[in-house]
Design a binder for this molecule. Structure first.
Ligand code: F3S
Length: 389
């Protein structure tokens, strides 16, 4: 792997032990995956920020590092809202450890925006190279924006944030971004709730595995693309997908379905993912809500009272940008939290049956929270949470 003189100097320890250690991580990853060189990145998003997932070993590793990020970098959601954690019934012991993890990252120059939707808080552009970790964020960046990122592990994303570069392999290279599979959607309704695309992604991810699919037969909007990609990254390992005539690279290259295997999914199979099981809580915001989703929630919850716990998750900057809407949502009894989510926080572990509008949450909640999960449309989620037995 070719290194510039400056990169070699970092590797030799001329810029301190931490930068040397982190450069070693990048070179090791690049060597394993056959990168020819490093590429400068515009931003990083770092997973491994919830104390629930990194534990005391991760905290101790972070605390021993001594360097500063050289590009804008944010964290993935952590185990709790940094301010309102008591409302999530998080124990003081967990909160103390989680805040220690956050402080360790802050000391390294990482911004304390803890979100899987970094594209809502910092403009991310077509063609930019990134080092992002969270699978739905990676999928959105690659597919919906046309930026370039592999799915980084927590340590390699942190290393990239501090060095400002990442090894140029995989999805950083144009030739690795071409569709490998066609997923043809039959009988797709003209207008469906966003959850339908989550359910579609739930099925399509299992078909696609780690391949790059090209969808035909659907015209999703941005929030729907977000739900589709997040679910495919959960049930499969899809880090990039295209939608004919919709996503930027599919439009630019007019990809053809010729020469790829074709899988067909009928809309009725997607509707079959929706069930009507009993639930004891609702969780919305996987991935974190956009302003538009918060607007929809505010209008659906207006004048209603939620009877069952109803949690909504979004980036703090998004929440702060629409305070009147958030107040309107919370007048119903629903709670809007920042920094965390239904999967990485221990808060949801006390429920047995959780309703979501996300294909990714549908896939993750059983294992991560030990609860049954049911997917429904946003109006159905509101209806279930507000109906009196
Ligand atoms: Fe984001 Fe948590 Fe879902 S990190 S994509 S809200 S599992």
């Amino acid at each position: 792997m070719y290194l510039t003189k400056d990169e070699e100097a970092i590797l030799l320890g001329e810029q301190g032990e931490t930068r040397q250690q982190l450069m070693e991580i990048l070179v090791a990853v690049g060597t394993v995956f056959g990168a020819e060189k490093m590429v400068p990145i515009c931003s990083a998003q770092i997973s491994g920020a919830s104390y629930k997932t990194i534990g005391s070993w991760g905290l101790s590793w972070l605390s021993n590092l001594d360097a500063t990020a050289t590009v804008p970098a944010v964290l993935n959601p952590i185990g709790m809202d940094r301010i309102r954690y008591r409302e999530l019934l998080i124990s003081d012991d967990f909160a103390e450890k989680q805040l220690a993890v956050v402080s360790a990252y802050e000391r390294l120059g990482i911004q304390l925006a803890c979100t899987c939707t970094p594209y809502y808080i910092r403009e991310t552009r077509y063609g930019e190279h990134l080092a992002w970790s969270e699978s739905s964020a990676v999928s959105y960046a690659n597919s919906v924006i046309g930026a370039r990122t592999n799915r980084e592990g927590g340590p390699s994303a942190l290393a990239a944030a501090i060095i400002g570069k990442t090894p140029a392999y995989g999805l950083h290279c144009e030739e690795n971004r071409i569709p490998e599979l066609t997923i043809s959607i039959e009988n797709a309704p003209e207008s469906v709730d966003q959850a339908w695309y989550g359910a579609l992604g739930f099925l399509a991810g299992k078909e696609a595995g780690a391949k790059i699919p090209l969808f035909t037969g659907i015209i999703p909007a941005d929030d729907e693309l977000k739900g589709l990609g997040a679910a495919m990254a959960a049930t499969g390992a899809v880090a990039l997908y295209h939608v004919a005539g919709v996503t930027p690279e599919a439009r630019r290259h007019a990809y053809s379905t010729k020469g790829t295997d074709i899988i067909t999914i009928d809309a009725k199979d997607v509707f079959a993912v929706f069930t009507d099981a009993d639930i004891d809580a609702v969780a919305i915001g996987c991935p974190h809500c956009s302003v538009r989703e918060l607007q929809n929630l505010a209008s659906l919850l207006k004048g209603k009272e939620v009877i069952k716990p109803f949690y909504i998750f979004a980036a703090r900057a998004v929440i702060e940008s629409v305070q009147p809407l958030v107040r309107q949502i919370e007048e119903s009894g629903a709670l809007v939290f920042a920094d965390t989510c239904m999967v990485v926080s221990p808060a949801m572990e006390r429920f047995d049956r959780i309703m979501v509008n996300s294909g990714k949450a549908l896939s993750y909640i059983p294992n991560m929270c030990g609860a049954a999960a049911r997917i429904g449309t946003l109006p159905e989620c509101v209806q279930e949470a507000t109906k009196r037995e």
